[in-house]
Ligand binder design. Structure first.
Ligand code: C2E
Ligand code: CA
Ligand code: CA
Length: 570
């Protein structure tokens, strides 16, 4: 008789007992019986189907081809051994198994079957499939953003001092493009697990959205944090190998030491994002510790930002739009307006976007706020149309809007709802939109233009808004940043720059708007270039809608009177 036949014989007379056991099982549960003496294991039918086992008994007590999550493997083996020795039987233990590239969560509880003398005969395992946990990232098997938020909240609520680090990979989309999504996922997996190793078990690692990771440490001071971050940066830029391929990664890092009250997880996460973005844009990827970076801001300003953030997530109370005329260079008449956001509340007074937009743009609330701005601006533009049918409105759009797939439809919905002509709406892509993958951005630009909506590249000439990008993105308009215009009469480099942008625009059939026209002398000087539109304090500062309507009404009356006079002139 072979080992398997012996197994059957041994358990044959226990069948009623086992049937009783199985009849009490919940759905998504599986059973396995392991003979303690030989380790031979019998798997129930559902378990065989799930784990793809052809045979119902296996020689090994450990499951064959089990793709356990690396972080759970050691624990799993220990648990198995303990239970075979009769320890911790009633307790459940959880572990993750990879199925079709997705980690699923399982729990196991055990019982011991004894022989007639009370001697342990078999280990009964009741395995429960808990499915894909919603707080675990499917690609890396690490806890995800949800778990990160929950753990930060827990630390705050329990007043625990923790240090939070956020690490991002620069230009990760390049890996996706060059090596494909499968390899990119492997890279993400490896990054997560190397981070855990580099943190030497001190910190818990989370995969956040995209190519961002979070780490929470029970305690880590500035110096330790800096040493750790340097180690991480050094490792990923020099030694990181995935599937025998050297993959040098550039990282950026933002951290916060929660040593006193810092608001809730949402506020903490938005500050971390602020820190990591500063690391990326202003510090070449060096670690930015929020606590140090914002010292200059002061508590009053932080409080103000958190109040404004609160309005942005709860009904937009206090937000309103101002409008600045966009004047035709040829006729010097107002042809359109740019919507500019403001916030006002006592005792703070009017707060310009320079104070808060950078913060809100790094928070998911910018999406809802952006839709609110778009709707309000288009509704107001509709009211101007009674004076001027071809009147247009420019609306600034930030990266947090463009990157959301629902954004396309929400713009179309607002246009449909208001009946405003799409070709009289111009979306201004602000500086940070250009961080997005060029190909992605190109598709968005193509989509909006295919619906007649115009696209302008804002602050052209600064940051990454180069001629090269203008060639790659089929936009309609370039807005020359006002830094080139201030005192242009006396600055030959600025003159050369503006001239080459306008020439480029003309040869590419793009409209050009020159911003920051502050006085008559600048206007006189720039008139040689042949731009399409001007914008600036010389024509008007941004004003509330009622005042803007007055400007338009005045212009309309002047035109009307001029038209009346015309016949007399002939
Ligand atoms: P921007 O889009 O380049 O807007 C032009 C800014 O220059 C406005 O500042 C405007 O008030 C100011 N400005 C206009 N003419 C002149 C001038 O002749 N001289 C000078 N010195 N300044 C002039 P504001 O309103 O403070 O806006 C600052 C920035 O905030 C905007 O720059 C834009 O990037 C962002 N922003 C404003 N409103 C929104 C919005 O609704 N959504 C988004 N995403 N960003 C916005
Ligand atoms: Ca703008
Ligand atoms: Ca601008």
């Amino acid at each position: 008789m072979n080992a398997k036949e012996k197994f059957w014989e041994k358990y044959a007379n226990r069948t009623p007992e086992l049937l009783d056991l199985m009849s009490t099982m919940e759905p998504n549960s599986y059973v396995a019986i392991t003979d303690i003496e030989t380790g031979i294991t019998w798997w129930s039918k559902q378990a065989r189907e799930l784990f793809n086992y052809e045979e119902c008994v296996h020689y090994s007590a450990m499951r064959p081809n089990l793709r356990l999550h690396p972080d759970d493997a050691a624990d799993y083996r220990q648990n198995w051994q303990d239970r075979m020795e009769g320890k911790h039987l009633g307790e459940t233990f959880e572990y993750r198994i990879l199925f079709n590239d997705v980690y699923m969560l399982f729990s196991t509880k055990n019982d011991i079957l004894t022989d007639e003398n009370g001697k342990p005969l078999a280990l009964i395992s009741i395995i429960h499939n808990l499915g894909v946990p919603n707080d675990v990232d499917m690609i890396t098997g690490l806890p995800n953003d949800l778990a990160f938020t929950r753990d930060i909240n827990e630390a705050v609520n329990k007043n625990r001092q923790v240090t939070v680090l956020k690490v991002g990979i620069a230009k990760f989309s390049n890996i996706n493009i060059m090596y494909g999504a499968k390899y990119a996922n492997t890279v993400l997996f490896e990054v997560g697990h190397r981070l855990a190793q580099l943190a030497c078990g001190q910190g818990k690692v989370y995969r956040l959205t995209g190519s961002k990771f979070g780490l929470i440490f029970p305690s880590l001071d500035r110096k330790q944090l800096a040493v750790l971050y340097n180690r991480i940066q050094d490792y990923f830029s020099n030694q990181f190998v995935v599937e025998k391929e050297n993959v040098p990664l550039r990282l950026s890092g933002g951290a916060m030491i929660l040593d006193h009250y810092f608001g809730d997880a949402i506020a903490i996460k938005s500050r971390l994002t602020y820190a990591i973005n500063h690391s990326k844009h202003a510090h070449h990827g060096e670690l930015v510790i929020f606590n140090d970076e914002i010292c200059g801001l002061g508590n009053d300003q932080l409080e103000l930002i958190s109040i404004i953030h609160q309005s942005a997530v709860s009904g937009f109370d206090g937000f309103y739009l101002c409008y600045q005329p966009i004047t035709s260079a040829k006729t010097q008449k107002i042809s359109g307006m740019e919507a500019l956001l403001r916030w006002r509340k006592e005792p703070f007074g009017v707060v310009p976007p320079g104070i808060f937009i950078e913060w809100l743009e790094e928070d998911p609330c910018i999406y809802g706020l952006g839709n609110w701005i778009m709707r309000q601006a288009i509704y107001d533009a509709c009211k101007i149309q009674k004076y001027q049918q071809d009147f247009f409105v420019n609306v600034n759009v930030s990266v947090g809007q463009i990157e959301r797939k629902e954004f396309r439809q929400s713009v179309l919905d607002i246009l449909e709802e208001t009946g405003f002509p799409p070709n009289q709406l111009c979306i201004e892509l602000t500086e940070r939109c250009r961080e997005l993958d060029v190909e992605f951005l190109r598709q968005e630009v193509i989509f909006f233009r295919s619906h007649g909506i115009r696209i302008a590249m804002d602050d052209f000439g600064t940051g990454s808004a180069s001629l090269q990008l203008a060639l790659e993105l089929p936009v309609d308009e370039l807005k020359i940043d006002m830094s080139f215009i201030k005192d242009i009469q006396n600055k030959p480099t600025n003159q050369a720059m503006v001239k080459s942008i306008v020439d480029f625009g003309r040869s590419s059939h793009l409209d050009i708007c020159i911003e920051g026209v502050e006085d008559q002398s600048v206007l006189d000087y720039i008139s040689q270039y042949g731009a399409t539109w001007y914008q600036g304090y010389f024509f008007s500062k941004p004003v509330i809608f009622e005042d803007f309507e007055d400007l338009i009404e005045k212009q309309y009356l002047e035109e009307f009177q001029a038209a009346q006079k015309e016949p007399e002139l002939q």
